[in-house]
Design a protein around this ligand. Sequence first.
Ligand SMILES: N[C@@H](CCC(=O)N[C@@H](CS)C(=O)NCC(=O)O)C(=O)O
Length: 232
Amino acid sequence: MTDLSAFAIVRRWPAAHPDRLQLYSLNTPNGVKVSIMLEETGLPYEPHLVDIGKDESWTGEFLSLNPNGKIPAILDPDGPGGAPLALFESGAILIYLADKTGQFLGEGARRYQTIQWLMWQMGGLGPMFGQLGFFHKFAGRDYEDKRPLQRYVKESRRLLGVLETRLEGRDWIMDDYSIADIATLGWVRNLVTFYGARELVEFDSLSNVPAWLERGLARPAVQRGLEIPKRA
Ligand SMILES: N[C@@H](CCC(=O)N[C@@H](CS)C(=O)NCC(=O)O)C(=O)O
């Protein structure tokens, strides 16, 4: 049996199946990227709920795996060379899981272009939508100065426009379904549902993005992944 006792995180979130990949997460837009990917690939894994509402990602045990204090993170008992591998940052985890399973990334030029769109999500769409959420739905909503909100609304609309153009004549960001779609679907869904920003970003003026979102949400693995791990 695999021994994960050297990893402090298993003291707070014990592994019932230490031979399986351990996922420490919550079903937020960043968290679901990894659960969707795991559901899509069929890799056996054990999800652990890290309740960020209770600051559990800032505990010593979690920080021992991710010093950045954010979900998602994984611990794969069967990493490169058969040694355990701990990883954080959802984009890095997606690339790792794609390489491990040989799925949803491709080779040659296609590999780099997929990573390009993944980085676009990681560095652009995710952070900008997140700021829009802060200023539209959360604490920033009460700020008198509306310029920060306007800035993030404008940038979110622009990014949606980039996606709209990219999806012209394509079902998926890279033609075939890839980790670029897996990274982006949960964020776009969150923007128009949980953040309540559908009208604000003029989502219904788009056609390719809504059709792509619907296509993505129809995938059984996406539906399952969106619920894992869920707060009790
Ligand atoms: N760039 C990171 C961002 C992760 C992130 O922002 N996670 C949020 C949830 S979506 C979190 O853990 N927030 C908890 C906190 O900041 O206290 C990634 O993609 O993994």
